[in-house]
Design a protein around this ligand. Sequence first.
Ligand SMILES: [Mg+2]
Length: 388
Amino acid sequence: MKITAIENFLVDKGGPAPWLFCAIRTDSGITGYSEYGQGSLYKGLPGLIEDLGRSLIGQDPRPVDKIFMDMYRNRRAETGGATAMAMAGIELALWDIKGKDLGVPVYRMVGGPFREKQRVYWSHLATYRVRRAEQLGKPPLRTMEDIADCAREAVDAGYTAFKTNIIFPGENPSMINNMFAGANDQNAPTQLVRHAVEQIGAMRQAVGPDIDILLDINYNFKTEGAIAIGRALEEFDLFWLEIDNQDPDALLQLKMAQRTPICTGEQLLGLRQYQPYFRKHAMDTVKVDVQWQGFSQAKKVAELAEVYELNIAPHNYNSHLSSFQSLNLTASVSNVRIMESDVDSAPWRDEITTAVPEIKDGYMTIPTGPGWGCDLDEVAAKKYAFEG
Ligand SMILES: [Mg+2]
């Protein structure tokens, strides 16, 4: 079998950045698909895939780890960041080809399945409705009670866990974001801490003590601010406080300074980047993104985490193909805390893939189809092509 072509698809997801997909075609008629990377890099990443892919034409796609290692070694001057994400896009599509060639799911090629279903949380609960309530056909977020209603909606839909962000309801609702972080030097003013307490308090009151609430504060606070938020929210028994912070010692300080468990790591790519955090035991749960670093790297990170008595949580906020890729990871490893799942999404999301995950009582069923168990629908992908 030989690779004959590599193609990118950029698909509108209803926001300023697209979903990114890669298709690798072969002379056997099998096409492998991947969802990869970070949509906001939609000009750079597809270009990197083209650059990296050129030398793969004519190669056998099946020695997946060898091809990845060859790309890694050949790109030794620029192995991280966007290059790593593009390498992941190629590697993921190769795994899909290999699975389809053998007629088995990816997890069956690596010793799985470890499970038949995966617990998921409703992610970005209320968050996407800040700017896109109308597009999603949902009521606007005028008051804290409207945010509490979102929490009730997740429970009514069968979810036992949800994740949100700090949101300011009102006539023009807004959320905490990078603009905020820049304007505030990543500080957490008392008023803001009180606001977070009010929001999480309203959500906790709405769902009671048995539903797990997760809060992601991203890059919005320095360690001191994150400690203030974590301490103030202790009374609500968060499942985790999620933060992106680039210093393992700072994260350890945050973990030790307050009682809320810490989840972090989504921005890390590959074993070498995770290892310093593991050595410090700087987190309680390890965020791992399959789309950003590839399947083998994510699996190795999970296995190294296991050595350090840590469980992983896949970072997964894209289209359904990304959920299928992430489910193949959780079915391949023994140490999973929970998995992310976006529910609010572009109304046409179900159209652009050939399968949608089955969700029952807050669990996604591990797929059984060959490869990822889900393809990009190329006709729909063209219909909803991202125009920029
Ligand atoms: Mg996050």
